[in-house]
Design a protein around this ligand. Structure first.
Ligand code: GLC
Length: 583
């Protein structure tokens, strides 16, 4: 792999904050070195699932020291920030998303010193650390919930959502609401004879955000980590934070849910308007810290327009709500992609944060692959992610073409969601298998017994091998990130989709407002089919007021070196050509 170190190393400025906070206060912190935009606007953010990234102590579970030991790799890949899924003390009923203490580190991942060291080592490599902030719920072992459940008149009773059963019943829940896996969202507590609400697992009771004490306590948590130098938060499950104040029954919907059962609306359990007040208030908290901290939202919306409501009418809520409507389209259809990519550009002031992969969904390798050209298709997906006008989220392993490896027998399932929902719901183990570092024992992940099995293909798909292999998926990610950073048009230029009717190709132009001979517009052409194609783009490019007929090659998947004429763009099956227009 070629190593591009495009960012000048900066001298740390002493402040009264921790090492991480020093990082955030350094001069020249703005942007990626190319523009005055805030750093997160065109950032490449890399999601780490700590259990499965790198184990340093041989217990088979990844840890913080393991992450620190892999920072050089992340720097060479060119990422701006890493987002860590939760590493706080937890009974691990939802592998960290059931938090029993928001301001400590779970010993299986390490210590607070290990965490501070990670932030400081990351800072030296110009990598920011983003934490997961789980606002919707806690673990049932969190002292707040233990107190809340202890009696009906405990001062913390109202920190969670407690209700009497229907007509005082101890068996019929307060209403018909279902949880994430379509089972009752209510759990009866025999001691206090009421039900508590949980949108996720039984061990994850929902906090009551209508209680101002909850907001205060959670904002203190945010301040705690901001003071430790984190660059921001990925906000977990924000659209489920509030429930309908009247607890109205969920009306039926036509059709079936993802498990083939009669569908029911979740309109009273999701996206309640009150959540926007909390987002605004939280944004004030992050904005009051120095150094451009960012809020990233797990909002799961069906359309860009719906996603855009999370920016806030005055751009005073979440800076980067995740736009999953593109990445989770789940059909390899050029027209559908073009439509979503066009919609996303209408945001103008804001950039979308595109996500194709995460720790909750089968990997894009399998959702988009055709079984024959998966590596080439993975490069097309990477191109959409990294050469379009967007901030980009990469999930560990995506960059080496890791595939989903779900368990086939219930006894092998580790994800509690799979255990609770088997066989309809197989859980998320398949996308959480350990990172494949090298062709050695346990793929270099651990010297012990890995907590989830290593997929059999690790001998072909691993970092060590792919760094050396010309044309690998990993080198494509690497080169794209480097190009996106170095090229002003790709870095922050506007985006116009071309070839509007093509079924077999996805083509767009990026050009910076200051396009000149030295900063020419860039054409990105992806073959969306298993047959070779030849594209004629000259007329459309000219119609945009761009002169020139020839493109100098910036990156191409076919291994060729030369440029191409705009009217003769030849692409092999699922091939990509990125070139700048010369005139
Ligand atoms: C989010 C997380 C997921 C977790 C859930 C409950 O969707 O990404 O892993 O199970 O929230 O916290």
């Amino acid at each position: 792999m070629r190593f591009h170190h495009l960012l000048a190393s900066c001298v740390l400025v002493a402040t009264s904050f921790s090492a991480g906070a020093q990082m955030l206060a350094r001069p020249g912190w703005k942007g990626n070195g190319l523009s005055e935009q805030p750093w997160w606007k065109n950032a490449v953010i890399y999601e780490i699932y700590p259990r499965s990234f790198q184990d340093s102590d041989g217990d088979g579970v990844g840890d913080i020291k393991g992450i620190t030991s892999r920072l050089d790799y992340l720097q060479s890949l060119g990422v701006d920030a890493i987002w860590l899924t939760p590493i706080f003390p937890s009974p691990q009923k939802d592998f960290g998303y059931d938090i029993a203490d928001f301001t400590s580190i779970d010993p299986q991942f390490g210590t607070m010193e290990d965490f501070d060291e990670l932030v400081s080592q990351a800072s030296r490599r110009n990598i920011r650390v983003i934490m997961d902030l789980v606002l919707n719920h806690t673990s049932d072992k969190h002292p707040w919930f233990v107190e809340s459940a202890s009696s009906k008149d405990n001062p913390k009773r109202n920190w969670y959502v407690w209700r009497d059963g229907k007509d005082g019943s101890t068996t019929v829940p307060p209403n018909n609401w279902l949880n994430r896996i379509q089972q009752s969202a209510w759990q009866f507590d025999p001691k206090t004879k009421q039900f508590y609400y949980h949108y996720f697992a039984v061990e994850q009771p929902d906090l009551n955000w209508r209680n101002p004490d909850v907001e205060k306590a959670m904002f203190d948590v945010a301040r705690f980590w901001l003071n430790r130098g984190v660059a921001g938060f990925r906000l977990d499950a924000v659209n489920t934070m509030f429930e309908d104040a009247q607890f109205r029954d969920a009306p039926p919907l036509p059709g079936t849910n993802e498990y083939g059962e009669p569908a029911r609306s979740q309109e009273y359990q999701r996206n309640q308007p009150e959540v926007h007040d909390v987002m605004k208030a939280l944004r004030k908290v992050t904005d009051s810290a120095n150094g451009q901290r960012v809020l990233i939202g797990e909002v799961y919306t069906g359309s860009t327009a719906e996603m855009a409501t999370w920016f806030g009418a005055k751009h005073d809520e979440i800076q980067l709500p995740m736009d999953t409507s593109l990445g989770f389209l789940n059909k390899r259809n050029a027209a559908a992609f073009r439509k979503k990519m066009t919609e996303a550009q209408q945001l103008k002031l804001d950039t979308p944060l595109f996500v194709f992969d995460n720790h909750d969904r089968p990997r894009s390798w399998d959702r988009y692959g055709d079984g024959e050209h998966n590596a080439e298709i993975a490069k097309v997906i990477a191109t959409i992610l990294l050469a379009s006008r967007s901030s980009a989220l990469i999930y560990q392993g995506q960059e080496i073409g890791m595939k989903t490896t779900p368990p086939t027998r219930k006894e092998d399932v580790r994800d509690p969601r799979g255990l609770a929902g088997w066989p309809k719901e197989k859980g998320r183990d398949g996308e959480r298998t350990p990172m494949q570092w090298n062709p050695g024992e346990n793929a270099g992940f651990t010297t012990g017994k890995p907590w989830l099995p290593i997929p059999a293909d690790y001998t072909q798909h691993n970092v060590e091998l792919e760094q050396k292999a010309k044309g690998s998926v990993l080198n494509w990610f690497h080169d794209l990130i480097a190009l996106r950073r170095a090229n002003p048009s790709l870095h922050e230029g506007e985006q116009v989709m071309l070839d509007q009717d093509a079924q077999n190709a996805l083509v767009w132009v990026r050009r910076s407002a200051k396009a000149t001979k030295e900063k020419p517009p860039v054409v990105v052409a992806c073959n969306f089919s298993a047959q070779p194609v030849t594209l004629q783009l000259k007329k459309q490019v000219t119609a945009l007021g761009i002169r020139g007929s020839f493109m100098r090659s910036l990156l191409r998947t076919d291994g060729g070196m030369g440029g191409m004429n705009l009217d003769e763009v030849k692409l092999p099956p699922f091939g990509v050509f990125i070139g700048e227009v010369r005139y």
